[in-house]
Design a protein around this ligand. Structure first.
Ligand code: NAG
Ligand code: NAG
Ligand code: NAG
Length: 794
């Protein structure tokens, strides 16, 4: 028992689920015809167990089967079913006993279908009617008492109690009435006598059973004749025939025939319809002579599946009899399916999951059986399919992921084909647009950008532009550029460049200096305007190009106009000896820093040359006794830029083996006003010479001891001229290296008031210390070197 109990709830759930998804419970309403428009038939919501308030939300509506007219409406506010049009039972159902209108109530979300049957009750709004107001009857006077004469019955469009119920014959001398079922007969009660009364008028009234009851009358005009013994007799009481709908006019449906035993006029049978509706009269005709029933109108199975006709056979003298003809119409596949779009989403978001319902369609085929069985399909290759739902309903659902950026609109052709032979089909186009979702980040056209800009650019100049594409729609695809915060040379990147947010054009914010910053990298972000936005980054490398904006800078000899450096050249120097070197650097790079050296002026033009790129000053020939002791060179240093920049300097050379041999120096440095100096100078000279000699001895001693040691240090270093090295002040140490074969001395003067000489050092194992200069005022040197010029920049 415990197990049974546990099964129970799940079964209920299953049952409820069925009910919810497709409730098939029929709801029936019964009400009289001819109700006023707007009259309430019943409360549909209550009968279906639905909340009236949910009706409009679920798009509840009445759906007529086929193209039938809709006679009622649903008030979605309160769920009442109301009369929408005149309902005439006779017009709708003729004389069928039950008249039912069938509709469907459709609810969406979830799709639900309910059938409703409206039983239209008859109201006695039609009176009985005889086919003719005047019925002619010819009766032989020889007719015996009890003879019966069939009178065509009256007809009432109403049904049931409201149809003809009773006949009444006005009292007369000869006839009484006999009614049994449909047959109305006059029964001769009192024999006729033509000689006495040739014409008799009888009043026949037919009553229906309605309340109040209605009636119709006919006058039976009886002409009393001589003799006609036999009525025509049909070969069958009921004739049955079948006819395919849409048969062409004049197609014979059936032949009826009656025979009359009488001869001559009395046996001459003519045929006619008995009581038939106007509608039938338009569809069929009967050949009066041969009794062939033929089609004259268009027979439509969908309007009526069968017809029942009464046929009358009458002999020449008015005796008649009746028979019934039942014509059943067979269905032909003459109605193509009709596709109705019941509901369709305006647009479908591209991120909906596969299987989402986007629309509901309904297919109708008015034909029956196979001719009305419809198959629905989508033939295109689209990510949608039709899922059969309730009865003739299909849900249009997505089958895959949509992507608006690939396909933004779908034009779906739904086709429906019935199973008739030949089958009929129809199709309908459904247009669906895909709504955008911000699912694509902007993508830069390049993986990274680089740009080259010459230094000294104007602030605000355009460097380059970046561009990113975003295929999304409108603001989801609108790209905005911005510079990502970062640092360049420990300053914010935004102080170097800026990005135009709309165009992606990148501008320099300041002028760049190649000598300070050769390249830098920033990141630019492209962001779309969606919410949330999507973005991507790209790196931009800015390379600054050198411009020849720095003149060569002469480090040695000191270029300042008011200081001099004097090189001592030994008298024994041979041709090709290096006696000095001009050392210059250039802050630019490449060609802009490739320096060349030229002697532009010299005391003795044949004595010294300068290495074009090394700056080494060599003797061109051996020194002669006749050569002037004081030699002055003006050297120009030029870079290789476009246009080139240059600098010049003066170099003073003193041909002497010993400073002591230069008495003129005393004169040069002598200051009349300060006689103390002379004695200082002599002391200094003596001590320097002593120190120098001691130093030479020590050095020679050390060298002698280390004879085997290679002297790579100098040879290797001098092989690289300074101008070929990158313009870096640190390289001065290397370029300043002098050849060891010449241990020459520099006499550096300082421009101090107390003029003195300082012997600095012998450079045989290292560099020229730039700082240890001996300064002397230019005027003193002018005295010494005559027309010597100070260092000048050109
Ligand atoms: C959809 O396709 C049909 C036929 O392929 C065409 O007639 C119709 O114009 C199209 N509709 C749209 C909106 O593209
Ligand atoms: C952009 O995408 C969002 C979702 O990401 C969507 O809601 C919105 O409608 C889209 N905008 C447009 C203009 O399509
Ligand atoms: C862009 O760069 C920022 C900062 O470097 C980083 O946080 C972000 O994740 C990057 N975004 C993308 C899409 O690469």
């Amino acid at each position: 028992m415990g197990s049974k109990m546990s099964l129970f709830p799940s079964r209920i759930f299953y049952f409820l689920f069925l009910l919810l998804h497709s409730a098939h419970g029929d709801v029936s309403f019964s009400f009289p015809e001819e109700m006023k428009r707007g009259s309430v038939i019943g409360n549909l919501a209550k009968d279906l167990g639905l909340e009236a308030s949910a009706l409009s939300g679920r798009k509840a509506r009445i759906d007529a089967d086929g193209s039938g007219k809709r006679y009622c409406d649903l008030n979605v506010r309160n769920g009442e079913l109301i009369v929408a049009d005149r309902i005439d039972r006779e017009g709708l159902c003729d004389d069928r006993a039950s008249c039912v209108l069938k509709y469907e109530v459709v609810l969406e979300n979830p799709l639900e279908l309910h059938r409703i049957n409206l039983h239209i009750q008859d109201v006695n709004d039609n009176a009985p009617l005889f086919k003719d107001d005047l019925i002619d009857l010819e009766i032989r006077e020889s007719a015996v008492k009890g003879a019966r004469f069939v009178i065509e019955e009256a007809h009432d469009a109403d049904v049931g109690q409201n149809s003809v119920q009773q006949y009444l014959l006005k009292k007369n001398d000869n006839f009484v009435l006999s009614v049994s079922g449909n047959t109305v007969e006059l029964v001769l009660d009192n024999e006729l006598d033509r000689e006495q009364k040739q014409d008799i008028n009888l009043l026949l009234t037919a009553f229906d059973g309605g309340s109040p009851r209605r009636s119709g009358t006919a006058v039976i005009h009886v002409t009393v004749l001589d003799a006609n013994d036999n009525s025509p007799v049909f070969s069958q009481a009921v004739y049955k025939g079948s006819l395919p709908e849409n048969s062409p006019p004049n197609t014979i449906v059936i032949n009826v025939s009656a025979s009359d035993a009488d001869e001559g006029v009395n046996g001459n049978v003519t045929y006619d319809f008995g009581h038939v509706t106007e509608h039938v009269k338009k569809l069929f005709s009967i050949d009066r002579k041969v009794g062939a029933i033929a089609v004259v109108g268009t027979v439509d199975y969908e309007s009526s599946t069968s017809y029942e006709l009464r046929v009358k056979a009458k002999d020449g003298l008015g005796l008649s009899s009746y028979a019934k003809v039942i014509i059943s119409i067979t269905d032909m596949n003459d109605n193509a399916p009709v596709i109705n779009l019941k509901s369709l989403s305006n647009s479908v978001a591209e991120n909906v999951s596969p299987g989402t319902e986007v629309g509901i369609i309904n297919v109708q085929d008015r034909d029956s059986e196979k001719n009305g069985k419809v198959r629905c399909s989508i033939e295109q290759n689209v990510p949608f399919k039709l899922v059969p739902s309730i009865k003739n309903y299909y849900s249009l659902v997505t089958t895959g992921q949509l992507d608006r950026e690939l396909v933004s609109d779908y034009n779906i052709t739904i086709s429906a084909t019935d199973e008739g032979s030949p089958p009929l089909s129809s199709s309908k186009n459904v247009h669906l647009s895909v709504a955008d979702i911000n699912d694509n980040p902007p993508v830069f056209e390049e993986q990274s950008y680089s740009t080259y800009v010459s230094e000294n650019n104007k602030a605000g100049s355009t460097l380059c532009s970046v561009s990113a594409r975003d295929p999304d729609w409108r603001q989801n695809g609108t790209v905005i550029y911005s510079l990502l915060p970062s640092e360049v040379n420990s300053a914010p990147a935004s102080s170097y460049i800026s990005v135009n947010g709309d165009t992606g054009v990148i501008h320099a914010v300041r002028s760049f200096d190649y000598e300070h910053l050769r390249s830098f990298q920033v990141h630019v972000m492209a962001r779309d305007n969606g919410s949330p936005p999507l973005s991507s980054n790209v790196s931009i490398s800015v390379f600054i190009l050198d411009v020849n904006d720095n003149s060569p800078q002469i480090l040695y000899p000191a270029p300042e106009g008011n200081s001099f450096m004097t090189e001592l050249v030994p008298k024994a120097a041979h041709a090709g000896s290096v006696v000095s070197k001009v050392i210059a650097v250039d802050a630019d790079s490449g060609q802009n820093a490739w320096l060349s050296y030229h002697i532009v002026k010299s005391t003795d033009p044949g004595l010294f040359t300068i290495g074009l790129h090394s700056g080494e000053i060599r003797t061109q020939r051996d020194i002669l006794e006749s050569d002037s002791m004081k030699q002055n060179l003006i050297v120009a240093v030029k870079d290789n830029g476009q246009p080139p920049l240059s600098a010049t300097c003066s170099m003073y050379l003193l041909i002497s083996d010993n400073l002591a041999e230069v008495p003129e120096l005393k004169d040069i440095s002598y200051d009349d006003k300060n006689s103390k100096l002379t004695s200082y100078l002599i002391i200094a000279l003596v001590s320097v010479s002593t120190f120098f000699l001691t130093f030479i001895i020590i050095v020679l001693g050390v060298r002698f001891c280390r004879r085997r040691k290679p002297r790579l240090l100098f040879d290797g270093a001098v092989a690289i001229p300074g101008a070929y090295l990158p313009p870096n002040y640190a390289d001065v140490d290397g370029t300043g290296t002098l050849r060891s074969t010449y241990n020459y001395d520099a006499y550096l003067t300082t421009g101090s008031r107390t003029s003195d000489f300082k012997f600095v050092s012998s450079y045989n194992d290292n560099t020229l210390p730039a700082g240890q200069t001996l300064r002397k005022s230019p005027s003193d040197f002018d005295e010494m070197f005559g027309d010597a010029e100070g260092s000048t920049e050109v």
